[in-house]
Design a binder for this molecule. Sequence first.
Ligand SMILES: Cc1ncc(COP(=O)(O)O)c(C=O)c1O
Length: 418
Amino acid sequence: MGSHLADVWFQVTDLAVVSGSGCTVTTEDGTEYLDFTSGIAVTSTGHCHPTVVAAIQEQATKFIHAQVNCYRHPLLEQLATRLADIAPSGIDTFFFANSGAEATEAAVKLAKHATARPNVVVFQGSFHGRSHLTMAMTTSKTGYRAGYQPLPSGIFVTPFPYAVRDGGTEADAVKRALAAFDLLLVTQTAPAETAAVVMEPVLGEGGYLPAPRAFVEGIKVRCEQHGILFVADEVQSGFGRCGTMFAIESSGIDPDIVVMAKGIASGFPISAIGASAEIMGRWPVGAHGGTYGGNPIGCAAALATIDVLTAPGFMENVRDRGEQLRAGLRHLAVTHPVIGDVRGPGLMVGCEIFDAGGQPDAARVAAVAAHCRDEGRLLLMNAGTAGNVLRWMPPLVVSEAEITTALDAFGAALTATA
Ligand SMILES: Cc1ncc(COP(=O)(O)O)c(C=O)c1O
């Protein structure tokens, strides 16, 4: 008999890992790899950070499950209070779920109740999850939706500025995308029918592509004008990944709802949405819920994670290592012009690869990633609709020496695959 596991998961590598520590994972045969996937941008404090492990161990002796409808455990309020301290301005009330998709769905459900409007606008290239609603909100690749259509209705897709792909300056791309958004509101979903706009401040799966500040501002102005809620999906970009606690902070705008998961608890599955008490107060008792949301071990892991992220010097390391990484990649681009763009804040860095004819080169990305894995013992993932973006998402505790090692492995892979 072969494996009893479903085949449905795509595999980034076929490695069989048995443990992880910091930026390293170890396989069954004892080989160590530098894990720059962070389990898809999750293990921001590194694998098995001692503070997080201790908090999980301690909590496991007290309560593994304390169902939120049946009774309340103390960490719920503690985590909500802590999140209110670090969340974007105005976000002070929280609902807990288990995954990013579930939290995104919760945000949409809240927005529908809060506005009494049915529709949602999302951006071309975004990824919001694998449940039916979040698949309908996901347009980074047809592969995620194929075989599942028709998907839930009421989702409208508008362009995201992508000057590197579409040509022209960033300002041109912003202008085009804002004009398309305006057109959408007069041709497909009227403001009076539009509950929310859901934006990833940095497109994740769609190619590690930051939303230009002028674009975020332009969308926010339109939302305010029309009473549409601005939802920031910070599932991938949040919790220090971008060098600030949330990526939206650098745009200077305050979202109405923030969606949080991945980095929130260093890998323990817990997610959250945050909004103002006023917006959250428009969600009637019993209108949403879930068996596991607010799990006590998840809350303990999240509280410990936030302690690590807010320790003095932590965020400076994210910003400094991000600078080091981007500088190193730009340096490599001089000798390897296939690197057409290096972008992204903090340690959410994308590196877009083109062939000699200027076309997206997914095959080269795959070859480079394979060489990094086999020869450099470095794990990398791709992103982007065309699969030609290498995404750099190391644990946020990554050291200067580890970035240097990774850049050396990447440089060697570019040379070997030329
Ligand atoms: C921006 C964003 N939103 C939502 C999700 C879905 O999260 P999950 O896989 O935990 O359901 C992801 C996952 O990659 C994501 O990157």
